[in-house]
Design a protein around this ligand. Structure first.
Ligand code: 0X9
Ligand code: ZN
Length: 461
C-alpha cells in the first residue's frame, strides 16, 4: 500500500533545500511575477522546441491561485569549463554529468532556462516538468496499490511495477522462505533512522561457504556482492537487484545456467543500501538522492574511506555530492564496508541509474588502475552480454573519465579489498531520467542479470 506522508499542500520544490552539485548554495527566490515571467519565457522556449508547457496551479492560504515554477530537466552541452561551472551554479538539481561529451543533465527553473537561451548554449529538454512526471508516477502507484489491495500481485506481476521498501524487504523474506536451502536473509547493518540494510545471501545448496566445496567439484566457490540504491531516487536499480535475486532463486530448478551460477557463486544481494533515503523518495521527494543525515543528507557514494574528500565531492552539506563530516561518518556506508571486510568478495557491482554505462575503477583519479586491462575486459564481457539481451548499448568507461568522484564504494572495494568492482548505470540513456516507465523493469533486469552472470564467468581462475 502506498502511503504519502501528510504534506503542506502549498509546499513546492522551491521550498526544498536548494541543491547544488558543488559550491555554496543560496536559496532561489521567486516572486509571483518573476515566476509568471519565467513561465512565459519557458512557454515560448518550449513551443519553439515543440514541447508542452504544464502549469500546475497551487492554492495559497488566502485562496488565490498561483503557479509553482515549472522545473525542467535539460541536457546542456557546455563549451568550456567556465561555462560548465556557470550552468552548475544555475542548476536547482544536477542529475548527471558526462565530462567526455561534454554534457550536463540539470534541473532548471524558468529563469535558468531563459538564461540558458541567452547564452547560446546547445541544450535539449529531457523532461519539461519534472514534478508533473513524479506526480503522474505517484498517481499510477496509488492506483496500483488500490488494485493490489483487492488482488495481490503474483510473483510475475510483482516486477511490473516499482516497489517500496517494505515490499522489497518482504519480497526478500519470501524468496528465502521459498527456497531456504538456497537463500537466507541477512541484516548487514542499520540505517541512521534505524531501518535494516537487508540482504539476501544466495548460498546455493553447498551451504554458503565460499572457498569450500559447493556442488561443483571443478573450482572453488566464488563470492560476489551486488548492491543498489545508494542513491535513493534511482528506483530501477533496487528493482533490478531484487529481480536478479528472484531469477536466481526461482530459476535454479529449471535453468542450467542459473543453477550453475548458484552452485558456483555465493551471491549477496543488497537491494536498498540507503533505506531512509528510499522511503523519503517514495513518500516526500521523488528526486531525493542522499541519506537522511540532518536536513541535508550525505551522498553515501562520496562517504567511503578511499580518497575521501577528493575531487568530485563537496564539503557543503547542501551539495548533492556532500561527502559527510568524515570518511564512513554514515552508518550505511560503514555497514557495507564491514560486510565487505568480514569476508572475501571476488567481484562487486554497485547498481545505479541512469545513463547506460559500465564504469570501472578508478573513480577518483584518471590514473589507470593497475588491473585496468582486466577490469576493462570484464566490463566488456558485461556490456556484450547486456547488448545480447535487447540490443541496448552500455558504454564502457573508467569512472573518472566520465567525471571524477572521490570516496565511492567502487574505489573503496577495489582499492582496499582488491575486489574487481563496477558501477552499472542502468536505463535510460537520458530520456526521463530517474522516472523510468515500469514496463522497462523486466528488460532492464534481463540486462542486470546478464551482466552479473557474465562477470562471474569472466573472472580469472
Ligand atoms: O556519481 C555517482 O556517485 C555515480 N553516478 S550517479 O549518477 N548514479 O550518481 C557514479 C560514480 C562512478 N564514478 C564516477 N563517475 N567517477
Ligand atoms: Zn547513483
Amino acid at each position: 500500500m502506498m502511503r504519502r506522508a501528510p504534506e503542506d499542500p502549498t509546499r513546492t520544490r522551491r521550498d526544498a533545500p536548494p541543491w547544488r552539485w558543488l559550491g555554496t548554495p543560496s536559496p532561489p527566490r521567486y516572486g509571483r511575477w518573476t515566476a509568471l515571467f519565467g513561465l512565459v519565457m519557458l512557454a515560448g522556449l518550449l513551443v519553439l522546441i515543440g514541447g508542452r508547457v504544464p502549469t500546475p496551479a497551487l492554492s495559497t492560504e488566502d485562496g488565490m491561485a498561483t503557479h509553482a515554477p515549472v522545473l525542467a530537466a535539460v541536457r546542456v552541452t557546455p563549451r568550456s569549463e567556465a561555462e560548465r561551472e556557470t550552468v552548475l551554479t544555475r542548476a536547482i538539481d544536477v542529475w548527471s554529468e558526462h565530462v567526455a561529451e561534454p554534457t550536463l543533465d540539470v534541473v532548471l527553473d524558468p529563469e535558468g532556462l531563459a538564461w540558458l537561451h541567452t547564452q547560446g548554449l546547445a541544450w535539449q529538454v529531457l523532461v519539461p516538468d519534472v514534478e508533473a512526471v513524479a506526480a503522474a508516477e505517484r498517481e499510477r502507484l496509488e492506483a496500483v496499490a488500490v488494485a493490489e489491495a483487492q488482488r495481490p500481485p503474483t510473483p510475475d506481476q510483482w516486477f511490473s511495477e516499482y516497489r517500496d521498501l517494505p515490499a522489497i524487504h518482504a519480497y526478500l523474506e519470501d524468496l528465502a522462505a521459498l527456497r531456504p536451502d538456497l537463500a537466507t536473509v541477512q541484516t548487514l547493518g542499520t540505517s541512521l533512522q534505524g531501518r535494516p540494510l537487508l540482504a539476501l545471501r544466495i548460498h546455493g545448496q553447498g551451504g554458503g561457504q565460499a572457498g569450500g566445496q559447493g556442488e561443483s567439484q571443478h573450482q572453488p566457490r566464488r563470492r560476489m556482492l551486488i548492491d543498489s540504491g545508494l542513491h535513493a531516487r534511482e528506483w530501477i536499480s533496487m528493482m533490478v537487484t531484487t529481480c536478479v535475486a528472484d531469477r536466481l532463486v526461482r530459476g535454479y530448478a529449471d535453468d542450467p545456467r542459473l543453477r550453475r551460477f548458484v552452485d558456483e557463486v555465493e551471491l549477496v544481494v543488497l537491494p536498498v543500501s540507503n533505506p531512509d533515503g528510499y522511503e523519503h523518495s517514495w513518500h516526500r521527494d521523488r528526486y531525493w538522492r542522499k541519506n537522511r543525515r540532518d536536513e541535508h543528507g550525505v551522498d553515501l557514494n562520496r562517504n567511503f574511506g578511499l580518497a575521501w574528500g577528493g575531487e568530485g565531492s563537496s564539503d557543503k552539506p547542501a551539495s548533492q555530492v556532500y561527502r559527510g563530516s568524515a570518511p564512513f561518518s554514515e552508518p550505511e556506508s560503514q555497514a557495507i564496508a564491514s560486510a565487505m571486510e568480514a569476508e572475501r568478495f571476488d567481484a562487486h557491482v554497485d547498481f545505479h541509474s541512469y545513463g547506460q554505462l559500465l564504469l570501472h575503477p578508478w573513480s577518483h583519479t584518471k590514473k589507470p588502475a593497475a588491473d585496468h586491462a582486466y577490469l576493462h575486459a570484464l566490463a566488456k564481457d558485461m556490456g556484450d552480454a547486456i547488448r545480447a539481451q535487447h540490443g541496448e548499448r552500455y558504454r564502457l568507461i573508467a569512472g573518472a573519465s566520465l567525471y571524477p568522484a572521490a570516496g565511492t564504494l567502487m574505489d573503496w572495494a577495489y582499492g582496499t579489498r582488491g575486489t574487481p568492482s563496477f558501477v552499472i548505470e542502468l536505463r535510460p540513456r537520458g530520456g526521463t531520467g530517474f522516472v523510468l516507465p515500469p514496463e522497462q523493469i523486466r528488460p532492464t533486469c534481463d540486462e542486470g542479470l546478464a551482466a552479473v552472470l557474465a562477470l562471474a564467468e569472466g573472472l580469472a581462475p
